[in-house]
Design a protein around this ligand. Structure first.
Ligand code: 5GP
Ligand code: ZN
Length: 110
């Protein structure tokens, strides 16, 4: 989608080191971290937000959470040392569905 910063990152118009890169999902560090560990997990398909999720996205969302699991293990965040916040789809947010994995100082985050 034009003018979507995450689509530009996914299409490599903006250079970014990916922590995970599959056919359907990428993950990269948040540019302005709100926690010791702050990773964005982003579906490659431009889904605006939660309101745009349809049943056809079931497998994609499973891969998103499998990616979360991998990143949790890689960063030793098992045993509930993390939170996942899902954003997108409004003027206040980057309008491309994304999942924040927040770890470390998680007690400050709810
Ligand atoms: P939200 O839409 O979840 O409110 O905020 C978007 C998030 O994406 C913010 O945490 C912000 O720091 C991050 N972000 C915005 N632009 C970029 C970018 O160009 N690169 C990276 N790595 N993160 C970004
Ligand atoms: Zn997009």
């Amino acid at each position: 989608m034009d003018n979507c910063i995450f689509c530009k990152i996914i299409n490599k118009e903006i250079p970014k080191e990916f922590l995970y890169d599959s056919e359907n999902v990428v993950a990269f560090l948040d540019i302005n971290p709100s926690a010791d560990i702050h990773i964005l997990i982003v579906p490659k398909e431009h889904i605006g937000g939660i309101g745009d999720i349809e049943s056809k996205h079931g497998r994609l969302l499973t891969e998103v959470y499998e990616t979360v699991k991998k990143l949790v293990a890689l960063n030793n965040l098992q045993d509930n040392l993390y939170r996942v916040v899902v954003n997108g789809g409004s003027a206040q947010h980057v309008p491309h569905l994304h999942f924040h994995l927040l770890g470390g100082n998680w007690k400050k985050m709810v």
